[in-house]
Every structure is written in structure tokens, then in C-alpha cells.
Design a binder for this molecule. Structure first.
Ligand code: GMT
Length: 374
């Protein structure tokens, strides 16, 4: 099959899912054409079935300050679809990708080219609900030939927020258990403190929805009781504020801001506990990667997280903002190594059983086939 994939190429979860999906499909023999303004950040392999097509947005004084990326993307999609004879254009994150794909289809006047839109989270819960984007997001969803959501919760939110009865397949995020597994030591060992210190980790794009100040607050409460360090992985708008706070509170030798690291699996896999206190989370890819690495997760009972973390069994789910409760649960886990390990083992077993890449990717492939046949 010849598949075009469009996503945001930065470190966001939707780009990660799109890239891993493309790589997995290419390994199965499909021809994959990534179409975006930059190569996806997780696209770190050379493969005969993987191609990248860059969207360039020509500048012109009249376009200042808003060059029309959506149109340049549509044009590139149409060009690649025509010349590479694409069967499917699979876009990740509805805005504006679903609209560009629809336009590409119109440019080609092709009923054969099928458009699949995968909804990831804030395209539905935040941006898509904004009055300036709601009608066009709803339109993009409704004109897609197939729509998927990464959790049952997101499917329901889409139906409610957009008042649509469009059929939506739930295909969850997935994980490669050979990559995300327990790592006993890694290149960052010297930052992980002396023997006996526990390591807590948070991974995100440091946006307000991730509530990273809650991560620091929980850690402050934990480290008073349990000798520990905190690894903050990722980057984004709230990082400076959190770093400044840690400097003020003299936490600099306990809290490490690592940025976007290439060896994410080593950091996550050598942690003792993972924190994800998000305001909203349609799935929680970072939580899944931690669970697969045998690391219990403390998260919020928000959005799709209860579909990923089993409360009391593979971690704990607490109300948004309940840093007191999160710290108490963290201390409970970190002061009982037997329980922590048992939770970690259970976390890996369950997450791999439900979300193994080899189980989930064929669900996308089956959807492509179904849509092509209609
Ligand atoms: O919605 C976002 O914040 C962006 C999006 C992304 O591109 O990073 O994240 C969403 O997609 C991920 C992959 O499907 C999910 O695991 C995240 O839960 C989801 N984020 C939110 O819902 C906040």
C-alpha cells in the first residue's frame, strides 16, 4: 500500500505516534511518504520504504505575518498523491491537516484517494473547541473517509463537542516493548544520584495542560521524605518558569531539566516512578512508555488516562491538582521496593498485552483496507 502521512514534526505525542506508525508500516513493506514542513523528530532511520517530502511555504509581503501553510501543505499533498499514486493520506491532528487533505482530494478530483484523520487530543478538547476553529474542525472530521481517536474518552468528547454522529474507530497509542523496557544503568547515571536515591521522571512538551509546576510540587514533598531526584524530560513554554522556581528553591542539584533527549527509553527505563499530573490527557503516550518500562505511574484521573493506568495496580490516579495525594502515593510506592517492583511488572505485562505495536498497527492497516474498499 502507498500511504502519505502528515503530522506536526516536533516532539508532540501526535508526531511521535505518526512517525512510529510510518516506521512500523514501512517495515511491513508499505511505501510511506511523510509530508510536513520538517522531517519528524523521531524519524531516525533510513529505510527504502520511507520517504520525506518537505512543504515549503513561499513568503510574500502580502502574506505577512501569516503565510498560508494549510494551502502549501494541500498543494504538496496533491503533488505527492498524484506522482506516488497514494492510496491513503493519513493525517494526525485534525487542524489544519484534515482540511489540507480534503483540499488535496478536491485538487485531484479523486475519489480514489482516501483520507484518514486521527484525533489526538487538544485538536478536539482545546483548539478545536475554540469558536474560531470549531466549524472547520467539525467539517474536516465529517469529510474524512475514516476517523480514529486514540481513546474511548476522546471518541465520546468528539461526539459531544462537535455534535456529530460521524463513525469513529478507537485505535489506541502503542508501544514497542523491545525499546521501552527496564534499563538498569544508562549514560546519565551520574545525574541519578548516589545508590539508594530514587529517581522520578516526567516527560512532556511542557505546555500548561501538563501542569509541570504540580510535578515539581509533588517532588518537593517526596524528596523531604525519600532521598530522590527528578528528571524533567522535554521542552516547551513552561520550562523557564519551572527552572526559575527550582533555582529559587535550591532544587538545582535534585531536579534536572534534560530537554528533548535522544535516549528517552534509557531515562524512562531506569526510573523508579513516573509523574503525569496533566489537566487533560486524551491518552497519555508518555505514561504508556513508562508502564512498558516497568515504571509505575502517578497521574490524574483525567481524560483517557484511566484507559491506560489501572488505579492501584499499575500506578495511581488522583484528582487534577491534588499534589498532596500524589505525593502520599509516591512516597507509599518509593518506600516499598517489593511493591514498586510488583507494580512495575504488572504495568509492563498489562501495557504490552493491550498496546503492543504488533497488535495496534494492524488495526490501522485494517482500517485503510476497509476504507479503500468502500
Ligand atoms: O493534544 C496535545 O497536547 C498534543 C498532542 C501531541 O501532538 O502531542 O498530544 C495528544 O496526543 C498524544 C498522542 O496521541 C496523546 O498521548 C496525548 O494524551 C494527547 N495530549 C493531550 O490530550 C493533552
Amino acid at each position: 500500500m502507498r500511504i502519505g502521512i502528515t503530522c506536526y514534526p516536533t516532539f508532540g505525542g501526535s508526531g511521535v505516534v505518526a512517525t512510529e506508525l510510518g516506521i512500523a508500516l514501512a517495515k511491513r513493506g508499505d511505501d510511506i511518504h511523510f509530508i510536513s514542513y520538517a522531517p519528524p523528530s523521531r524519524l531516525n532511520i533510513l529505510h527504502e520504504h520511507i520517504h520525506f517530502h518537505e512543504v515549503t511555504v513561499t513568503s510574500y509581503p502580502l502574506f505577512d505575518p501569516y503565510p498560508p501553510y494549510t494551502l502549501a501543505l494541500a498543494t504538496k499533498m496533491a503533488e505527492v498523491a498524484a506522482y506516488e499514486k497514494l492510496d491513503v493520506l493519513h493525517v494526525h491532528y485534525a487542524i489544519p491537516h484534515a482540511i489540507s487533505a480534503y483540499l488535496a482530494k478536491q485538487i485531484l478530483r479523486s475519489a480514489e484517494l482516501k483520507v484518514i484523520t486521527t484525533l489526538h487530543g487538544t485538536d478536539i478538547t482545546l483548539v478545536g473547541r475554540d469558536a474560531s476553529y470549531l466549524p472547520i474542525t467539525k467539517f474536516g472530521i465529517e469529510v474524512s473517509d475514516g476517523v480514529t481517536a486514540v481513546s474511548q474518552w476522546l471518541k465520546q468528547e468528539t461526539a459531544n463537542n462537535f455534535d456529530t454522529d460521524k463513525a469513529i474507530d478507537v485505535i489506541p497509542n502503542f508501544v514497542d516493548p523491545d525499546r521501552f523496557r527496564r534499563h538498569e544503568s544508562n549514560a546519565f547515571c551520574h545525574m541519578f544520584g548516589s545508590k539508594g536515591e530514587k529517581v522520578l521522571t516526567h516527560v512532556s512538551n511542557f505546555r500548561p495542560v501538563k501542569r509541570i509546576m504540580d510535578v515539581i510540587e509533588v517532588f518537593e514533598k517526596v524528596t523531604r521524605v525519600v532521598p530522590s531526584r527528578l528528571m524533567m524530560v522535554g521542552d516547551g513554554p513552561d520550562r523557564s518558569r519551572a527552572e526559575a522556581y527550582c533555582r529559587e528553591r535550591r532544587l538545582r542539584d535534585r531536579v534536572f531539566f534534560l530537554g528533548n533527549v535522544p535516549n528517552l527509553e534509557e531515562i524512562v527505563g531506569s526510573s523508579d516512578l513516573f509523574l503525569l499530573p496533566s489537566e487533560a490527557e486524551s491518552f497519555g503516550m508518555a505514561a504508556l512508555e513508562a508502564l512498558a518500562s516497568e515504571v509505575p505511574v502517578i497521574a490524574t484521573r483525567a481524560g483517557g488516562l484511566p484507559e491506560v493506568v489501572d488505579d492501584g495496580e499499575t500506578g495511581y490516579l488522583l484528582p487534577v491538582g491534588d499534589t498532596e495525594g500524589m505525593a502520599a502515593r509516591a512516597i507509599e510506592i518509593l518506600t516499598d521496593d517489593g511493591r514498586r517492583r510488583a507494580m512495575g511488572k504488572q504495568a509492563r505485562e498489562r501495557s504490552v498485552d493491550r498496546f503492543h505495536v504488533a497488535k495496534v498497527v494492524p488495526e490501522y492497516r485494517a482500517l485503510y483496507e476497509r476504507v479503500i474498499e468502500t
